[in-house]
Design a protein around this ligand. Structure first.
Ligand code: F6R
Ligand code: MG
Ligand code: MG
Length: 385
């Protein structure tokens, strides 16, 4: 029988601003899932990063299951009640719809789910990010599954040598494509470098994988709150599940992808670029300039539906230098204030509050008299020898 891992996350209020979750709300979530999951789940784990609560669930009902999604939705609603009572900021923020209609997709929370053939030992890592967008996973997932300088297993392990298949979503157009690495690596990179539009949704093993053929081995939440709500309602902070070891990236190859603090979008007001800082759970408070953007990695193993762990993987001295570099990058970028490229380009500010500010200025523009208009540009220019 197949096992399903479903990770569902939402921001249902935080304190004092968009900084961190409130203990009693997390407790309520834990209590709700404990009391209502007996016939549904084999196991679960509740955690958080910054202002986002996270539910990792193990069951055998497959992905997109109405009862599993419904359980998470109702748990977030129960948590929202506590958040509202305490006057938390943004209470219930990510629960965009009033009534649950069988699938939590498009309702606000982020979802990453995969149905797997459970191995003798099934190790996996849940990565959770705050103050960024789903495309922030493009860089580290690519490094884990396609870059031999990050993952020498791609060169050394015969099961990894054939590479992996990537399912990439165009979240603007609602289209997807599947590409194979290493043969189509340049095509993959041509897309996923545009991380606000093309996002890696899933990674699969190839058929030739001797231990785990044609299996889903990584999945990322790709929910874009801004596109769901039509206006800015908070950032779509992502999470991912990555299976590891035995013909897949080793735990350390997976973590290695975060050793260099790469730049991501979505910091302060969803409008700034900043470095991705790997931290332990105890450091997952969004403080300086509502950040900097952070990632927590929780390592589990799974046996017949039961979870062991988690291990708080970035809570380690080996990532101290990555944190220091991220803080250095923060100092460097912050000096730019509201200027690009610290601030996002205009095209990406569309779903923020900036267009409202700019629209107030519209009537005050006057034409530039000697403006070189398009017609003038069409006139022939003198030929140069
Ligand atoms: C929210 C976020 C924050 C807020 C900022 C302003 O996840 O990234 O940086 O955008 O704190 O919030 P408001 O407009 O709610 O005061
Ligand atoms: Mg928030
Ligand atoms: Mg958040």
């Amino acid at each position: 029988m197949k096992t399903t891992i479903s990770h569902i996350k939402a921001d249902i209020g935080s304190l004092p601003g968009h900084t961190t979750v409130y203990g009693p709300v997390e407790e309520e979530l834990r209590k709700y899932v404990t009391e209502h999951s007996r016939d549904l789940l084999d196991d679960f784990h509740i955690s958080h990063i910054g202002d986002d609560l996270q539910i990792t669930m193990v069951h055998n009902r497959g992905i997109d299951n109405a009862e599993i999604h419904g359980l998470a939705w109702e748990a977030f609603k129960a948590g929202t009640k506590v958040a509202k009572k305490a006057g938390l900021y943004g209470a219930g923020q990510d629960l965009l719809k009033d009534a649950f209609s069988g699938n939590i997709k498009g309702m606000g929370p982020g979802i990453a789910e995969m149905e797997i053939t459970e191995r003798k030992s099934e190790p996996f890592i849940v990565y959770m990010m705050d103050k960024t967008e789903p495309g922030a996973f493009n860089f580290p997932i690519f490094k884990m599954f396609a870059d031999p300088f990050n993952t020498p297993g791609l060169v050394i392990d015969p099961n990894m040598h054939e590479g992996f298949r990537f399912e990439i979503w165009d979240v603007m157009e609602g289209k997807k494509i599947e590409l194979s690495s290493p043969d189509q690596m340049y095509d993959i990179l041509a897309m996923i470098g545009s991380k606000s539009r093309y996002v890696i949704k899933r990674v699969f093993t190839k058929e030739s994988h001797e231990k785990l053929p044609d299996e889903n081995v990584a999945v990322v939440t790709t929910d874009k709150l801004s596109l769901i709500a039509g206006e800015y309602v908070g950032k779509d902070d992502p999470a991912a599940i990555v299976r590891i070891q035995s013909g897949l990236p080793a735990s350390g190859e997976s973590l290695e992808a975060f050793s260099h603090p790469f730049l991501v979008s979505g910091w302060m007001r969803g409008s700034f670029n900043g470095p991705m800082m790997p931290v332990g759970m105890k450091d997952s408070k969004m403080t300086r300039f509502d950040g900097p953007p952070r990632v927590v990695g929780l390592g589990f193993t799974l046996k017949e539906g039961r979870l062991a762990g988690p291990v708080d993987l970035f809570d380690d001295i080996a990532f101290a230098d990555a944190r220091r570099k991220a803080i250095e990058m923060t100092d460097h970028l912050r000096r730019m204030g509201p200027f690009e490229p610290h601030r996002l380009p205009e095209s990406e500010m569309e779903y923020t509050t900036l267009p409202k500010v700019l629209s107030n200025l519209e009537g005050r523009f006057t034409p530039i008299e000697d403006h070189i208009n398009k017609e003038k540009l069409k006139e022939p220019v003198r030929e140069v020898d």
